[in-house]
Write a protein that binds this ligand. Sequence first.
Ligand code: NI
Length: 163
Amino acid sequence: MALRTIRLEGDPILEKVCRPVKEMTPRLEELAHDMVETMYEANGVGLAAPQVGVLRRMVVIDIGDGNGPYYMINPRITEKDGEQVGQEGCLSVPNKVGVVRRPNHVIAEAYDLDMNLYTIEGEGLLARAICHELDHLDGIVYTTLVEGDLIELDDENEEDEVE
Ligand code: NI
């Protein structure tokens, strides 16, 4: 496994729509594991493939609830309801957060690393992370969804959850 370089806001790759994964290959499996390692190293709760420069529909999520990491290949949200309004960050937008409105509950389908379809249900932070990461696959960075201004964090606040 290896750490990958996280692309930062302004990099055009973050605004592109990713292609589906047709079959799992050793190379894509290595990418998935590298994404998890990179996410943990950066203290993030999620990471999408375009954030490490790969335009494939793959995300990893671990909100620290003991159930992660989730590997989500070709994910799609099948149900969403409720609403939450809260601060969100992104590993591609360091040291900033902004308020984003998201559904409070989502159900999504995705393939795992063996390309078996599974369902994931998330509330609160997990729902937020799923929405945030899936947006990345369509070239959407949360900064375009922020209500109000982005907030600059002090270095001491870097422990905030970032996606
Ligand atoms: Ni992000």
